[in-house]
Design a protein around this ligand. Structure first.
Ligand SMILES: [Zn+2]
Length: 98
């Protein structure tokens, strides 16, 4: 259980508690929406195929599955935050469909 003063926690419990996650490669949604951020530490995810991808960004991470009003891959979580918060958030890890 993280400390209550953990800076990465900003009330994500309301939409990320108990959700299902899948580890996958980040894929660009469209021309204008070419990146996302970790829901906790704001690390940047970019498509490895994107010519504008930065060397220090992430190419893979944990993405949410569609739930309520949110579509597949709406929220992204980096590997570090996943390990730090997996127990607190009680995430369900779904195997890749490949
Ligand atoms: Zn993170």
């Amino acid at each position: 259980m993280p400390d209550s003063d953990e800076w990465r926690l900003q009330g994500q419990e309301s939409y990320l508690k108990g959700v299902s996650l899948r580890y996958k490669r980040y894929v660009m949604r469209d021309e204008k929406w070419d990146h996302d951020h970790c829901s906790f530490c704001w690390a940047k995810f970019m498509d490895e195929q994107n010519v504008n991808a930065l060397p220090d960004c992430l190419y893979e991470g944990y993405a949410t599955l569609a739930c309520d009003q949110f579509a597949d891959d709406y929220f992204w979580i980096c590997a570090t935050c996943f390990e730090d918060f997996r127990e607190h958030f009680n995430w369900k890890l779904v195997p890749n469909e490949t």
